[in-house]
Design a protein around this ligand. Structure first.
Ligand SMILES: [Zn+2]
Length: 92
């Protein structure tokens, strides 16, 4: 998977209209997995994995497991500031 799609939140049918991360109240369209800022706090390798499975393994338990993993790996609480995301990017 190339680098760019990594930054885009995959479209997956979600149960709620809100970002599912605990403590986040960002309203979003139904088909987004989580809000963009929380998505960027998921480790890049895991974002790649979710994207790959979204394309190749739609509707399978493997994808569900990867999504659950991403929810756990994302920073909990309110969506991080842009400064937080930039600092995180520069650190790695
Ligand atoms: Zn969020």
């Amino acid at each position: 998977m190339s680098y760019l799609p990594n930054l885009i939140v995959p479209r997956v049918r979600a149960k709620t209209d809100h970002c599912p991360i605990l403590g986040c109240a960002v309203h979003q369209r139904r088909y987004r997995l989580m809000c963009w800022r929380h998505w960027l706090t998921v480790p890049p390798w895991l974002r790649d994995k979710v994207w790959r499975l979204t394309v190749t393994a739609q509707g399978t338990p493997v994808l569900v497991a990867a999504i659950t993993e991403a929810f756990r790996a994302a920073k909990q609480g309110p969506p991080p500031s842009l400064w937080f995301l930039i600092r995180q990017y520069l650190r790695r």
